[in-house]
Design a protein around this ligand. Structure first.
Ligand code: HEM
Length: 262
């Protein structure tokens, strides 16, 4: 149970940090942990952008993009928009509370929600692209492990979004219940992100295994492998930033409960 003296200590810590040169704080605002945090954040964004660059180049060089005019080219929107939505936007949505911890919680909620919404829109179009490609080229649906794990991840991602919107955005949920649900929200959020990255890896492998001469080290294969490696590095960095307890956002002074006068 939190006592008044605990709350006072927490409030004092936050107040102290405001009197320093920085305008905001997390418990790791100084020293090596602080440096590691910002190195991980910068690296994650660089690697994330490399992933987007690689998938765009990979699709352009070995397929191309078109919607109505060419069913085969329509397929390439699938890897691009899945990686953009369920990996990049989703990953960034997860770290936003820690990276922009100086912003008020309500603004952070809006950014977190918008990035997730962008992930849903992007992955929905990606799903339509592959379903349409299968319909037009008369291929079977949902036979591979990639498609089973993929559709499960997508469905649970949408459910998690809906549940979280009801719990954390609508005003009716008591704060104590929000606090109880939060560990499950974080656990399933990280779990689904790992599932999304694993699905993307399976999709890349499946596409490459169908490609002639993959085993002879063709450029398409090497580029796909590099993309897969970068996705793993991105996932590690995002999970590190999201789960390391020292990087957890602390409430701003105005977000703390009022102090009793004594
Ligand atoms: C988070 C990322 C991804 C998710 C959630 C996902 C989901 C799906 C789903 C649900 C299908 C089934 C469509 C159907 O059967 O009609 C599918 C098909 C496919 N996806 Fe992905 N995908 C992802 C990323 C990728 C990536 C990066 C590639 C790389 C090229 C890829 C390649 C394929 C291929 C080749 C198919 C058609 C064959 C099959 O059904 O397995 N996917 N994907």
């Amino acid at each position: 149970m939190t006592t008044n003296s605990d709350e006072k200590r927490r409030s004092d810590e936050v107040q102290r940090s405001f009197s320093g040169s920085t305008k905001f704080t997390t418990p790791a605002t100084r020293g090596i942990p602080h440096l590691c945090f910002w190195i991980a954040v910068i690296l994650s964004q660089v690697v994330g952008l490399v992933c987007i660059g690689l998938v765009v180049r990979w699709c352009q060089m070995f397929g191309g993009f078109a919607w109505d005019s060419d069913a085969n080219k329509q397929f390439y929107y699938h890897p691009l928009l899945m990686i953009l939505g369920l990996v990049f936007f989703y990953g960034d949505a997860m770290i936003v509370y820690r990276v922009l911890s100086f912003l008020p919680k309500f603004i952070l909620k809006i950014i977190h929600g918008c990035l997730h919404l962008a992930a849903i829109v992007s992955s929905s179009v990606a799903l339509v692209a592959v379903l349409e490609n299968h319909r037009r080229t008369k291929k079977a649906d949902f036979y591979s492990l990639h498609s089973w794990i993929g559709i499960t991840t997508f469905a649970f991602f949408c459910l998690q979004y809906l549940g979280s919107f009801i719990t954390f955005m609508l005003p009716w949920m008591p704060t104590v219940w929000r606090a109880r649900i939060m560990p499950f929200h974080t656990f399933f959020g990280v779990g689904l992100f790992i599932m999304a990255v694993a699905t993307a890896e399976m999709g890349i492998t499946e596409k490459l295994v169908w490609t002639d001469n993959y085993s002879s080290g063709i450029p398409e294969g090497q580029m796909g492998n590099s993309l897969g490696l970068c996705l793993v590095v991105f996932a590690f960095l995002i999970v590190f930033i999201t789960t390391h307890s020292a990087y957890k956002r602390q409430p701003l002074p105005e977000e703390l409960p009022p102090q009793p006068l004594n």
